[in-house]
Design a protein around this ligand. Sequence first.
Ligand code: UDP
Ligand code: MG
Length: 317
Amino acid sequence: MMNSPKYSIVAPVYNESESLPEFYRRISEVIGRLDGDVELILVDDGSSDGSLALMRDLQARDSSVRVLSFSRNFGHQVAITAGIDFARGDAVVVTDADLQDPPEVIPDLVAEWKLGAQIVLAVRSGRTGESWFKRVTAALFYRLIDRLTDLQIPKDSGDFRLMDRKVVDALCKVREHHRFMRGLSVWVGFKRTEVQYVRQARFAGRSKYPLRSMLRFATDGITSFSHVPLQLAMTLGFVFAGIAILGVPAIVALRFSGGREFFGQATTLVSVLLLGGVQLICLGIVGEYLGRIYNEVKRRPLYLISGKWGFEADQDD
Ligand code: UDP
Ligand code: MG
């Protein structure tokens, strides 16, 4: 058996054929500067653009590269999970493959690890490479999750981070399906510190997170760590019951004082629609949780692997 490497670098890849060669070039340069063996685990999340062929080509030429290929697209968070599952390093770095997380920051993460930190988060001090829409929605999301959950997820941290073996082992035990990795890696605890970096623009291609995926990602984040939305129905129920209780004597008083006790159809229609809407929203929130519970109880595997290259024979998780 080979000695396990000191560092593992995990990168999820979904249709990044345009960025991959440059990503590999820049990450190799950084790997050369690290003080120990490094394995680079590329997880192909069901790419359809020839990324897998490129990755296998890199693997054939460089024995430190390992390639995992999913049977289909399972999503960014699951791809990270698989990479971590297979990583053997004493420290594991997770980075995107589109060069938005500059590889040159990795030595800074390593330096903090050597000083004793078990999780080193790369925190964006600037987001030069991102649209105002992404920045505004991200800011709103982090604020919301901060209010709704007990987790102190540092604002502006993504999935770019270094984790000690202990943290990785702890994370590997968490097998929930709707995974919000940056929340989970705070949830596990351990000694955490931050390193600042400037988030770059995507090297090539477009974001693989359309609005729909972003919304799903956000609801996964909130529902995995908070029940507050479920309690919303009760709060709203009290609010409307309160209005009704105040309304009854008001209407009685109006009636006896000879005022107009009915405000007409429009008022009735609007209040029926308002309440109907509120009820449906609450039902939808319950549905979000219910669907997630359903997905968890099915206990399907988190991902299916159709091929792996560069790993040792005994590594089959
Ligand atoms: N990615 C993935 N599976 C997906 C979507 C994205 O593995 O279903 C990878 C993608 O190749 C990239 C990283 O996850 O390396 C981050 O994705 P992206 O850059 O599209 O997200 P953004 O930076 O726009 O939030
Ligand atoms: Mg990106």
